[in-house]
Design a protein around this ligand. Sequence first.
Ligand code: FPP
Length: 234
Amino acid sequence: MSRLHVGIIMDGNGRWATSRGLPRRTGHREGARALRRVVEAAPDHGIDTLTVYAFSADNWRRPAAEVRGLMGLFRSYLRHERRAASTHGVAVSVIGRRDRLPAALRREIDRMEAETRRGTRLRVRVAVDYSARDAIVRAARQATLAPALDQPSFESLLAAVDHGPPAPPVDLLIRTGGEQRLSDFLLWESAYAELYFTDTMWPDFGPAELAAALTAFQRRERRFGGLTPAAGAA
Ligand code: FPP
């Protein structure tokens, strides 16, 4: 079975909640449940790397109470899922800047990464305080003294500025919630990603929607700029 890298922009928590007369934080809590369902289903679909956009660098502009709530949610999610992730061979890491995160969240990230690093079934990368453009700029700053720089070595720098080993290119990028844009997510890594947009709000996304996205993906002809489908392309 193919080994796929799927990226997900988990959008629509707020609208899911307000359309039901619920506070936005309830939408985020349900969003966390949706993430768990997708993590559980992912390996059965040949996904070995899943990168999810939890908090963009621009999300700091949200009201302070919502930001606080999200940071608290990330922390409790990491704490509560650590044992299950470790037991099921899921390696969880966080990409993005760390210096602006609350110290308690940073500690929880360290614990999660240390305890699950040997997982081989699925790699889940949670993007928090993440900006693809900012990561590219920070990597470029480190590269200015390297005239022999090529794409693979730049990719190593890019991964390192966001705390990770290099991840494979994104095969499929899913965005829920009806918008059709990339919002500064994995811009380099998605150079040849297939894009899949759905009106489903993230809290309603589950295994059936994931299967539908992968079915659509399998029907795409991936040529990577050539004239014929690339060998081994999904
Ligand atoms: C986008 O919906 C979602 C976020 C900014 C937060 C994402 C967080 C989760 C999915 C919670 C689970 C994640 C982890 C790692 C525990 P929005 O608030 O932009 O919704 P809207 O566009 O409808 O306002």
